[in-house]
Design a protein around this ligand. Structure first.
Ligand code: NAP
Length: 433
């Protein structure tokens, strides 16, 4: 078993971006990928909408991203499918299919998904013998053949364009007359003589013989039409698979996409999601890499906060530390700035993450006297939260100061979590009164 700061699951653009940032930040990180690095872009021949790359093959972009991350020291384990993610205190446990266990403070899930199936007779039977979900992978097997591409989105049109290199004739079969693919892709594909549309039409059956697919039956205008084809390339959507990795409940939408907050955190503290497995507007390389950047920066902050909270309250159960960390906010103060003021109503407890603070109290003459100095790992503000009374001292930043602010609800959760923690906090408070 190995323990890391961060485990990234999935080696597509999102995972490799998260890995690049994590490696550059010096986090101990491993990336597990079930197959080879690249993810969904390996199934795309040409990418023409990734800024800076006017036209690049999916395979080349994948290789460049992986090389870039490796150059900064990212450890990438390929052909290492993950079986399950579960929780153990403040650690996230990642079990691989081969039974190996790894742990980390945070996990970023970037596993994408798998193609949606048509669910018609013959589809499963002829999978690999004429039915395909990847033109880039299988198109070259069909030189000079009549082919059909099913679907009306960007994937169907991108892959369809690739298939025109090999196909004698290409049918675009779609359930509506309107296509949702980008106009530029529609113009390119539908402008070719060898391409004809079959719409609105629904595939009912795929048939053939021992050598493979020979026809598809489509329902059009109330009757069944048989199209003689040797290859059927299906692009009718995508099923996100991230949620199936979780042993515990994780929030997802009706289609199974993982729901995150603006920092890409799922409903489980310390577990983030980015890329095609996350609920979002667009499945693009650009959004995947952007969201992965947010996820890794948020994970880095979460891990740091978790470690600070763990050091400040060493006797609290680790899962409570993880849950309170989720509710903490990082605040920064320049030297001389006031964090809490004597007489104010209590609202937060503060844990010092970096820097020093000075504690003062008003004296009888109306002046202020220094009563304490606080350093990294110390906390303050507990008396007000314990008693509900106004602040009995002022705390100012002595140096540039970073504190973790814990709200009352999180503080109560912490105090109730263990008798030893409650006693420690009460003792600190008693010594300061
Ligand atoms: P998509 O945009 O969801 O399109 C799926 C297509 O399949 C739709 O036309 C849909 O029809 C049809 N469909 C769905 N279920 C069907 C069924 N049961 N039977 C028949 N047809 C069915 O999926 P996608 O094309 O895979 O693209 C996914 C995402 O990746 C999109 O956001 C897309 O923009 C992006 N992408 C971008 C590029 C690029 O070059 N930028 C390339 C590939 C993909 P309806 O239209 O009637 O719903």
């Amino acid at each position: 078993m190995a323990d890391f700061d961060l485990i990234i699951i999935g080696g597509g653009p999102a995972g490799l971006t998260a890995g690049l940032y994590a490696a550059r930040a010096g986090m101990s990180t491993v990336l597990f990928e079930a197959k080879d690095v690249g993810g969904e872009i390996l199934n795309t021949e040409l990418i023409e909408d990734y800024p800076g790359f006017e036209s690049v093959t999916g395979a080349e972009l994948a290789q460049k991203m992986a090389d870039h991350a490796r150059k900064f020291g990212l450890r990438i384990e390929t052909y290492a499918p993950v079986k399950q993610i579960r929780l153990d205190g403040d650690r996230r446990v990642v079990e691989l299919a081969d039974g190996t266990i790894h742990t980390a403070y945070a996990v970023i899930v970037t596993v994408g998904g798998e193609p949606t199936k048509l669910g018609v007779p013959g589809e499963a039977e002829f999978h690999g013998r004429g039915v395909s979900y990847c033109a880039v992978c299988d198109g070259a097997f069909f030189k000079g053949a009549d082919l059909a591409v099913i679907g009306g989105g960007d994937s169907a049109f991108q892959e369809g364009l690739f298939l025109t290199r090999f196909a004698k004739k290409l049918y675009v079969v779609h359930r509506r007359d309107e296509f949702r693919a980008q106009q530029i892709l529609q113009d390119r594909l539908l402008g070719m003589d060898k391409v004809s549309t079959v719409t609105p039409a629904v595939v009912r059956e795929i048939g053939g013989d021992a050598s493979g697919v020979k026809w598809i039956d489509v329902q059009k205008d109330g009757s069944i039409e048989r199209l003689p084809v040797e290859g059927v390339f299906v692009f009718v959507g995508f099923r996100p698979v991230g949620r199936y990795l979780f042993a515990d409940h994780v929030d997802h939408d009706q289609s199974g996409y993982l729901i995150t907050d603006q920092y890409m955190q799922t409903s489980i503290p310390g577990v983030y999601a980015a890329g095609d497995t996350r609920a979002q507007l667009a499945k693009q390389v650009t959004t995947a890499v952007g969201d992965a950047t947010t996820a890794v920066l948020a994970a880095e902050r979460y891990i740091e906060e978790l470690k600070h909270a763990g050091r400040a309250f060493p006797k609290a159960p680790r899962e409570v530390i993880a849950r309170t960390t989720e509710r903490m906010q990082l605040r920064t103060f320049p030297p001389g700035a006031t964090v809490i003021r004597e007489g104010d109503e209590p609202d937060y407890l503060y844990v010092i993450a970096h820097g020093d603070a000075v504690v003062t109290r008003r004296d009888a003459t109306g002046g202020e006297r220094v009563v304490n100095e606080l350093h990294e790992g110390d906390y303050f503000g507990e008396i007000g939260l314990l008693t509900g009374e106004p602040r009995n001292a002022t705390v100012r930043a002595k140096t540039s100061l970073e504190v973790l602010a814990m709200d009352l609800e999180a503080f109560r959760m912490l105090v109730r979590s263990s008798r030893a923690t409650a006693e420690d906090i009460t003792k600190v408070a008693a010594a300061r009164r």
